[in-house]
Design a protein around this ligand. Sequence first.
Ligand SMILES: Nc1ncnc2c1ncn2[C@@H]1O[C@H](COP(=O)(O)OP(=O)(O)OP(=O)(O)O)[C@@H](O)[C@H]1O
Ligand SMILES: [Mg+2]
Length: 302
Amino acid sequence: MERVVAVEHLRKTYREVIAVDDVTLEIDQNEIYGIIGPNGSGKTTTVEILQGLRQPDGGAIRVLGLDPRTQGEELRRRIGSQLQESALPDRIKVWEALDLFATAAGRNHRDWHEAARQWGIYDRRNAAFANLSGGQRQRLFIALALVTDPVLVFLDEMTTGLDPAARRVAWELIRSVRERGATILLVTHFMDEVEHLCDRVSVFQRGRIVRTDSPSGLVQKHRGVRTVRFSMTERDLEWLSRVPDVDSFESEGDHVLVRGTNAVLAHVGAALVARGITPPDLRVDLPTLEDVYMSLVEANGP
Ligand SMILES: Nc1ncnc2c1ncn2[C@@H]1O[C@H](COP(=O)(O)OP(=O)(O)OP(=O)(O)O)[C@@H](O)[C@H]1O
Ligand SMILES: [Mg+2]
């Protein structure tokens, strides 16, 4: 089976700025694929190249079996894409935009009514785009991306500016789009979104991918910080430096915090017991996706 998206050694520069240095990735059919990374790491540039909206300087690209460089127009008829702020004229009405998109994709008009209701913008259907709130615009953009029932959807910061309830609606909608067989590429800054939605995620850093894995795989393989916490009245902590898997420790009042790796909890627990100390609140914090993301980004430099 052909990959829905296959990119090899993608590169894009703007004069002296290297926006995308060397990106290779593959997206399978029906996957929800995430892209995360710091501001300016090349996420949007990559996604725009995949849609044929920007010309790369180098690399091999296939999207739905097409080359976005030369077949961008045909490709864009088959994908759903979240627009940028500037993409709609100020005076266009909500219903006109929805109708335009639905008609262009060869659908009948009922489709946009449903999309608008689903998105809570039906009441605003006669409003001009310029008069929508930020969150309402965002809802409209998502409705426009999905109204055409696309097989491949590109969403760049889909839920930025949405209220918490609307974010949940967005997540559910994305899942239902996937259940209908679509493939989704999602650029986001929200780790909870990655955890809730993505099958796999790539971490971008300075125009390169530093890691690709499932969200749980990223966390599991991460051998970074485990944080052990407990209380004790004893002030001498030096013995902790001799405990295996301990990297560092500090205390504040009765509260002790130990950073280390894998088995640090067991070793600290054993050492405490050996010293006749049995803290009732001994616990370990496993790394979250955000911890892993931060340590990947820090390890790979600014
Ligand atoms: N049209 C442009 N002209 C010149 N430089 C650009 C242009 N578009 C993007 N860049 C630069 O390319 C780099 C990558 O930008 P890009 O928008 O792809 O980042 P991003 O990962 O999407 O960031 P963010 O998280 O802030 O959205 C940045 O240094 C940016 O300044
Ligand atoms: Mg961006």
